[in-house]
Design a protein around this ligand. Structure first.
Ligand SMILES: Cc1cc2nc3c(=O)[nH]c(=O)nc-3n(C[C@H](O)[C@H](O)[C@H](O)COP(=O)(O)O)c2cc1C
Length: 215
């Protein structure tokens, strides 16, 4: 058995998305102690900003006609796609930055998508857990639920492009305790944290048995 884990926090030392994904991973490891875990950290090691451009503009050119940069870009895409396709299960830990999908996450996704295997069903049915963290309050009561343009986009591409079996665990209000202006939300944040941690454990157990009762 093998797990591919992607981390995208730019602050790994304090990362709440890592902590949430760690709970998922612990359940996976408990069920599969001998599992290979392949890790990619695009928060601390972002992919070159030119990679996707070099692949997209080289189109269908034969490998022999590529510049060294274009060849390297295609090799990166193959490596990234291999990581996804070769895993029995996938765990993604992705924070919300500036109300959208961060550039380094979009870049990673765009590069993987240039590999034709990704768009032709190689990930269909693959169990995936997305651990999504948001600093603010996006509850229904906040009136800002639609300000999160990261989680819905990731859900869209994972479910409709990858056609994978996705479970999402989301933790909001991670900036409580960091931003004094949010101190009044301390109790609400603690409740949200506890619920997210419990759901992460449940999703980890589901991932481990490749069961995906969608929630
Ligand atoms: C540069 C930057 C931009 C951020 N933008 C947002 C935002 O638009 N909305 C939000 O709710 N939180 C935002 N946050 C807060 C993060 O989502 C929050 O701190 C989250 O826990 C970060 O993930 P991590 O703990 O795994 O590092 C931002 C944080 C940083 C550092």
């Amino acid at each position: 058995m093998s797990l591919f884990r992607l981390d995208a926090s730019i602050n790994p030392a304090t990362s709440q998305s890592r902590a949430l994904a760690d709970l998922v991973e612990a359940e996976w490891t408990s069920a599969h102690p001998d599992s290979i875990i392949t890790r990619r950290d695009i928060g601390t090691h972002p992919l070159p900003a030119t990679t996707w451009r070099d692949i997209a503009t080289s189109g269908a050119a034969a490998d022999t006609d590529l510049t060294p940069e274009e060849r390297e870009a295609r090799d990166i895409a193959t490596t990234l796609a291999d990581e996804l396709i070769g895993a029995d299960a996938i765990l993604l830990a992705i924070p919300l930055y500036n109300w959208g999908v961060a550039a380094h996450v979009k870049s990673w996704y765009d590069i993987t998508y240039t590999d034709q295997r990704i768009s032709t069903g190689a990930l269909a049915g693959k169990p995936v857990v997305l651990a999504s963290v948001l600093g603010g309050d996006y509850s229904a009561a906040s009136g800002k639920a639609h300000w999160d343009h990261s989680t819905p986009w990731l859900r869209h591409v994972i479910e409709n492009i990858w056609k994978a079996n996705l479970l999402v665990v989301q933790r909001q209000l991670t900036l409580v305790g960091v931003n004094p202006a949010m101190d009044a939300m301390k109790d609400q944040a603690a409740e949200v944290h506890a619920a997210a941690a419990q759901l992460a454990i449940e999703h980890g157990q589901a991932l481990a048995v490749k069961r995906n009762a969608l929630v």
